[in-house]
Design a protein around this ligand. Structure first.
Ligand code: KG4
Ligand code: ZN
Length: 341
């Protein structure tokens, strides 16, 4: 069964054809990074306009590269949310029109769930798994009991990890997007040079909070002024973000173990999952506990159509179709298992 997946939730216009939820026949991504670089962040209105310009061409290339005609496609999958509402609307409107025009069923896929699914495209996830999704818009931990059986355990209450990398990089005029720039600088820096402390919630919640780390980074930069060693600063800041997330991961692994329902693997997804330090640390913690770690390769970490088409296959086979009249959602994350595409 071949599914055409369409993704337009943020600043990537992407489309892919995936067979049986596993075999990637094409994965076409048009990145808008150059368009937003001068602004140091994604400008929603510009993103929507660029999606409008690109989407037709991206879908055409994805079908061509897959060697597929429209008739050979069994269904369409599109990102329904969360994401930028204007950007989502472009992909959804396109997909609805396409689906009606060619008479193929359409499913609306949850973007965060698709990040949890991405490692299935190159391996066989062992469930139950503990999944960390970490991007410019989200930082959340999920328990994945199976495909489409995702439960959120923790999320950020303010900024996302990628967001503070981007914002601090912008303030210090280091470049855009911040994550890769900071990673590059950090490679020759001393991660112990500048101290960071991790936030704790008084109510004992295990949610994330990144705004304090962002403020601490900006304070250090102001206090150090001309003396700031950029490489050491980048290494210390990156290390703090990575260790904070790893600490949470370990807390949830240990908690599940104590409760007698241990996880069988770890998953990582989202743009920040490209970070080498984070990948190494999660692999280390997995190895220490004999837990396999599923790390998607570069283009499957960041936003792409393959993860939408891949998970879309399961929505289709489960019969969870997109109600054409239903709107996209910008923030809403379904709390429980499927049924609420
Ligand atoms: O998943 P993504 O492409 O888009 C969404 O935000 O949904 O993630 C983009 C984020 C940006 O914040 C970017 O700075 C970060 O991923 N990023 C990285 C790296 N590559 C991208 N962060 C750390 N290290 C990287 N190598
Ligand atoms: Zn994403």
């Amino acid at each position: 069964m071949k599914v055409l997946g369409i993704e337009s939730s943020c600043d990537e216009t992407a489309a892919a054809v995936v067979e049986d939820g596993k075999r990637i026949l094409s994965n076409t991504i048009y990145s808008q990074i150059r368009l937003h670089r001068d602004f140091g962040g994604v400008v929603p209105e510009l993103a929507s306009r660029e999606h409008i310009k690109r989407i037709d061409g991206v879908v055409t290339v994805a079908l061509e590269e897959a060697g597929c005609s429209v008739e050979e496609i069994d269904g369409l999958a599109v990102t329904r949310g969360p994401g930028l509402i204007g950007s989502l609307l472009v992909g959804i409107s396109f997909a609805k029109a396409y689906s009606l025009a060619v008479g193929k069923p359409l499913v609306g896929v949850n973007h965060l769930f698709s990040h949890l699914y991405a490692p299935e495209l190159t391996g066989e996830i062992l469930y139950p798994a503990l999944g960390l999704i970490v991007s410019g818009g989200h930082t959340s931990l999920y328990a994945a009991d199976g495909v489409l059986k995702y439960r959120r355990l923790a999320r950020t209450r303010d900024d996302a990890a990628g967001e503070i990398l981007d914002k601090v990089s912008k303030e210090l005029r280091l470049g855009y997007p911040g994550g890769p720039v900071i990673e590059r600088l950090a490679s020759t820096g001393d991660p112990k040079r500048y101290p960071f402390t991790f936030p704790r919630f008084r109510d004992g919640s295990l949610d994330f909070s990144f705004s304090g780390l962002k403020s601490a980074a900006l304070r250090i930069a102001v206090e150090e002024g001309e003396r700031l060693k950029r490489e050491d600063f980048a290494a210390s800041f990156q290390n703090a973000i990575v260790e904070y997330m790893v600490e949470k991961l370990v807390t949830f692994i240990d908690q599940a173990l104590r409760e007698g329902r241990p996880y069988r693997s770890l998953l990582l997804g989202g743009g920040v999952a490209r970070n080498r330090r984070l990948r190494e640390r999660v692999l280390e913690e997995g190895e220490r506990r004999s837990l396999p770690v599923f790390l998607p390769e570069g283009d499957l970490c960041t936003d792409n159509g393959a993860m939408i088409a891949g998970l879309g296959f399961h929505y289709l086979t489960a019969g969870i179709l997109y109600p054409y009249a239903a709107p996209p959602y910008s923030r809403y994350e379904p709390k429980g298992y499927q049924g609420e595409c």
